[in-house]
Design a protein around this ligand. Structure first.
Ligand code: GDP
Length: 361
């Protein structure tokens, strides 16, 4: 039934853009995601966020409350943002150019003091190869010597409250990051100076600990998606689903399951599916679609709720027979009205591309 559907969008509406958070280890990806989730929850509204398998959905109203004056919800018709929860996931190294990438947009987190590191460069190379638009979060600004934290304020407001010595130290670090981006072939600037985000990369100074600059990050992500991705988001969220496998996991009572980010169409509890596997496409039937139980119910023995249908964009655990050899980073497709052979061919073609790009590395 419709009331049981986990929705990324209404039929005929625009789907939620999928946001990936990438960057070098310890630069603050997990903290940034936790802060966005935490402040969404503390906005206090029931259903402010929806926890998915492998992802967190933040609806537009909540984005707008977190971003304060920087986001006017009436300027947007996208439903919000879906953040992928597993930062720096190995599936990103198998991101494909065909059939839609895992993420529509990315945040590359860089520690302002530590600057560019090997995994920063690796992330940029993946984003360049897949043509994924991104912003750079210059994180940990609160560690600038002499910094006077102003929790949750937009960057320019907190910047004005700092001493000259603090701002000049921060500026030095920020210009180093802008210079490193330029060395990697990206023309970049502080985000408020960027006119055209298709040509220039915006740098957002922020702190995942004090939340300074988080309003700016949300505003930039929302603005970028709305301006450049609206057409891409106009998908039929009730059509046969397409997604990417994030992880393959054994779950008690279900056997091998796949955690999936669905970026197109829908998946239903009785659908036939084709999943990319180590030895080629796996053709099977959904046994159950699983969502995590809300935290309050964590002591209940069952960790998952079964749902009847999920619509893009969403994270979902799919239980089905034969998934032992499914592969992280591989495609998953629903066979519904269309020709099964055509779907298998598509999955095979995508698998071939994954193998090629893995060998290139
Ligand atoms: P990840 O490996 O990229 O996910 O990095 P984590 O989120 O685990 O962060 C690594 C360390 O940096 C942790 O000790 C965090 O508390 C700390 N950290 C992350 N963001 C900030 C920040 O904005 N300011 C400060 N002072 N510390 C931070």
């Amino acid at each position: 039934t419709d009331s049981d559907a986990v929705d990324g969008a209404e039929p005929g509406g625009l789907r939620t853009p999928i946001v990936a958070v990438l960057g070098h280890v310890d630069h603050g990806k997990t903290t940034l995601l936790d802060t966005i989730r935490g402040s969404a929850v503390s906005e206090g509204e029931a259903g402010a966020i929806t926890q998915h398998i492998g992802a967190t959905a933040v609806p537009l109203d909540t984005v707008s409350e977190m971003a304060g004056d920087l986001v006017d919800p009436t300027d947007f018709d996208l439903p919000g943002l879906l953040f992928i929860d597993t930062p720096g996931h190995h599936s990103f190294t198998t991101l494909r150019s065909r059939g839609g990438a895992l993420a529509d947009i990315a945040v590359v987190v860089v520690d302002v003091n530590d600057g560019f590191q090997p995994q920063t460069i690796e992330a940029l190379e993946i984003l360049q190869r897949t043509g994924t638009p991104f912003v750079v979060a210059a994180n940990k600004i609160d560690t600038t010597p002499g910094w006077n934290p102003n929790d949750g304020l937009p960057i320019q407001t907190t910047y004005e409250k700092q001493s000259d010595s603090a701002t000049s130290r921060l500026d030095e670090n920020l210009y180093e990051i802008i210079g490193d981006l330029s060395d990697e072939g990206f023309s970049a600037d502080l985000y408020w100076r960027v006119q055209n985000f298709t040509k220039n990369v915006g740098v957002v100074p922020l702190s995942a600990i004090t939340s300074e600059g988080i309003p700016d990050l949300l505003a930039v992500l929302m603005g970028l998606s709305q301006r450049y991705m609206k057409e891409q988001m106009a998908v039929d969220v009730t059509g046969p689903g397409a997604g990417t496998v994030l992880e393959v996991k054994d779950e008690r009572g279900f056997g091998a399951t796949v955690d999936v980010v669905l970026y197109d169409g829908s998946i239903r509890a009785d659908d036939e599916i084709v999943v990319g596997g180590l030895d080629g496409p796996i053709i099977t039937e959904v046994r159950a679609l699983l969502q995590p139980r809300p935290n309050a119910e964590i002591r209940v023995e069952k960790r998952f709720d079964k749902v009847d249908e999920v619509r893009a964009a969403a994270g979902i655990k799919v239980a089905a027979p034969e998934l032992d050899d499914a592969m992280a980073g591989a495609p998953i497709r629903v066979v519904r009205d269309q020709n099964r052979e055509a779907v298998i061919d598509e999955v095979e073609a995508e698998l071939a591309e994954i193998q090629v790009s893995t060998e290139e590395e």
